[in-house]
Design a protein around this ligand. Structure first.
Ligand SMILES: C[S@@+](CC[C@H](N)C(=O)[O-])C[C@H]1O[C@@H](n2cnc3c(N)ncnc32)[C@H](O)[C@@H]1O
Length: 206
């Protein structure tokens, strides 16, 4: 079964770029959204992992940074001096201008409940950025696996990963996201990136 343990934490940097299409592009786009709220915006990265996004936000001059992850092994690799870090599977208390949930919500079974909490903890005009795997369609999965092959992932590893994430990742399609995001109360939902199986949504609370 897939786990974000010490092993994964030590190789996550390269693992992410081999397994997550548009990894760097999506982070850059997320930072561009943060810029709309100014350098002192209160930003939390949910599933901050080893801190890639927090580091880039810090390097761009953002000062009010927070991260949450439910894996202590991942957080141990995250630089503690640039953000307040919490090990938890729920969103820490507080009100935020920007909540980033890149490649993490699909590990949470009750997305509706998590998103309601996100909505409640956003300031008016706040924004949540969500990137998730949004398809299990065989054609899309085939194209996604071609992406992994092109990045040097072996057939064996592709197969093993596919097995290990069963019952760990909870995949829903784009229509489901639109419906629960609207139901939760987000007035505007934009898609700012997509690749076979993956979608990035920007949702604004008005
Ligand atoms: C694929 S990684 C996310 C990558 C990261 N957002 C990035 O940009 O590099 C998923 C992360 O979500 C964390 N995670 C899974 N379920 C979580 C939950 N309920 N709350 C917080 N973090 C969670 C995992 O420990 C892992 O570090």
């Amino acid at each position: 079964m897939w786990q974000f343990d010490k092993n994964v934490a030590s190789s996550f940097d390269s693992h992410a770029r081999q397994h997550i299409p548009n990894y760097d592009t999506v982070i850059d786009k997320s930072l561009d959204v943060c810029e709309l709220y100014g350098k002192s915006a209160k930003i939390i990265d949910v599933g901050c992992a080893i801190g890639e996004t927090l580091i880039r936000l810090h390097n761009r001059g953002f000062t009010n940074l927070h991260g949450v992850d439910n894996s202590q092994s991942m957080l141990d690799k995250c630089p503690h001096s640039i953000a307040s870090l919490t090990c938890s599977e729920t969103l820490p208390e507080g009100l935020y201008d920007v909540i980033i949930i890149n490649w993490t919500l699909h590990f949470i079974k009750d997305k509706k409940k998590y998103l309601q909490n996100v909505f409640d903890k956003l300031n008016p005009n706040g924004v949540v950025i969500i990137s998730d795997k949004t398809s299990l369609d065989p054609l899309a999965i085939g194209m996604y696996h071609d992406y992994k092959r092109a990045k040097g992932v072996s057939e064996e590893e592709i197969k093993q990963k596919q097995e290990s994430i069963k019952n760990v990742m909870f995949i829903d399609d784009i229509e489901y996201y639109f419906s629960i995001l609207k139901f939760t109360g987000f007035s505007k939902v934009h898609i700012i990136d997509s690749y076979w199986c993956f979608t990035t949504f920007v949702c604004i609370k008005r």
